[in-house]
Structure formats: C-alpha cells, structure tokens
Design a binder for this molecule. Structure first.
Ligand code: ATP
Length: 234
C-alpha cells in the first residue's frame, strides 16, 4: 500500500485496553478526496481504530502518520494539524446559541451556513433546544469550517432520521470532494457506501477486507453474512 500523498496512514497499528489489543496490525491510508467507510460488527474495533488515529488511544505497536510524518501527538495537537474527530455525541455547548457555538470554535458563521443553510434560522437558538439532527449539523459544520484536512467521523448519524442521515453523509462527501481525507464508521452500511469510495471491513480487531465501495455495495449481502451479522444494512 502506498502512502504517497496520504493525509493519514496507519502502519501496522495495534492498540487496546488494559494491555490487551483490540485492534491488531492495521495498515491503510486515507488520501485527500476520498471517503473510506469502516465496517464491522459490534466490538470489531472500529471506534478503537478511530481513537488510535485521533491520538486518543495509545498505540501498542505500529505508527500513525499525518501528512507523511509519524505522530504521537494528542488529539488537541492533531486538531491543530488539521484533524477533526466527530462522534455521535454531538459535542455542542447546549447553553450557548448556534452562533455562539461557532464563535467559541473560532468559526465564521458564513462558511458554516454555506455547508448547512438550514441552520440559518437557528442561529440565535440555544444549541440545547436544537433537534438531534441540527446539533449534529452544528457539530459537523464546526469541524468542517475549520478546513479540516482529515475528518474522522464515528456513527455521526446514530439515531437520526433518514433524511438527516443523507444530509450529513452528503456534507461529508462534499468535504472529501473539496480535498478532505475522510474515514467514517456508519451503522447504515448501505447508505454510507453510496457516499464512500473505499471500504475497510474489520472483524475482531483485524482488517479482513479492503475493497471499493462499488464492489462492497454489490457484495453487501455476502459481506453482511460473513462480517456484519449484528449490524443494520438500512
Ligand atoms: N474503554 C474500554 N475499556 C475496555 N475495553 C474496551 C473499551 N472500549 C472498547 N473496549 C473493547 O474493545 C473492543 C472493540 O471495541 P470498539 O468499541 O472499538 O468496537 P466497535 O467496532 O466500535 O463496536 P461498536 O460497533 O459496538 O461500537 C470490544 O471488545 C470492546 O468491549
């Protein structure tokens, strides 16, 4: 696998908890302009992989490269180097308005509203009063408006309505089309694959398959039977 031009690379990374690895010897690149979708059943190690790439879970072996340079930096430092990490937790300041949420993140509302014009009428509403989907748009707008070169998104659309899921995935796709390197974990495999370029399938901490999103869509029933039996394909 080549790492020329990769925004983020995993080189034989293993990581885990209490001395026990839960991801083992993973090697892959995420290149600018592509959306990679990481699939696998519950407990396969998807979240742990993103945490390791984000600098939130220490490596037991291997290395992570950002823009070709090995890094052991923590998340806040990687964030300054262009990495954004978004989870289903919708990390908004609930007592602040949407506008104030952008301001404290150092994000100009114009750029954020270009990404999600639907937030315009919600700018002066406290984030705690926004719907789950609006909170996630706010989270993603904040992450992307900073001009992230790498976006890691873990179950971005968990529990959200189908139209919102599409909306968030489209924004992620647009970010990649603008040059961001994107790695997403999504429970809605079939939906996510329509916005992805490449797919990595994990099982019990190992990387089992790497294939194009197109091929993964074609072979989804087989992949689900073999690897995703506990996850939804809707
Ligand atoms: N904080 C933790 N302490 C100990 N073990 C953990 C911790 N977080 C995760 N694990 C274990 O690591 C393994 C991988 O979990 P991880 O959450 O990375 O998988 P996942 O593929 O994201 O699963 P899911 O789809 O259920 O979120 C599981 O066996 C899990 O129980």
């Amino acid at each position: 696998m080549k790492s020329d031009g990769a925004a983020l690379s995993a080189r034989g990374i293993s990581a885990g908890y209490f001395g026990q690895p839960v991801i083992r010897d993973l090697t892959f690149d995420v290149t600018p302009g592509e959306v990679i979708c990481l699939l696998g059943p519950n407990g396969a190690g998807k979240t742990s992989t993103l945490l390791a790439l984000a600098g939130e879970l220490p490596l037991m072996s291997g290395e992570v490269l950002m823009h070709g340079e090995p890094t052991t930096a923590k998340l806040h430092q990687r964030a300054r180097q262009g990495l954004s990490y978004v989870t289903e937790e919708r990390s908004v300041f609930k007592a602040l308005t949407t506008r104030e949420n952008f301001r404290v993140a150092g994000v100009g509302p114009e750029r954020a509203l270009q990404l999600f014009p639907e937030l315009e009428s919600r700018m002066d509403v406290k984030a705690g009063l926004l719907s789950g989907g609006e909170q996630q748009m706010l989270t993603l707008a904040r992450a992307l408006s900073r001009g992230a070169s790498v976006l890691l998104a873990d179950e971005l659309s968990l529990g959200l309505a189908p139209l919102i899921v599409e909306r968030l995935l489209q924004a992620v796709r647009d970010a990649a089309d603008g040059g961001t390197a994107v790695l997403i974990v999504e429970q809605h495999a079939r939906k996510a694959l329509r916005y992805a370029d490449r797919v990595l399938v994990m099982k019990r901490g190992d990387l089992e398959m790497e294939l194009s999103a197109e091929e993964a869509l074609r072979r989804l029933p087989e992949i689900e039977d073999a690897y995703l039996s506990q996850t939804s394909s809707e």
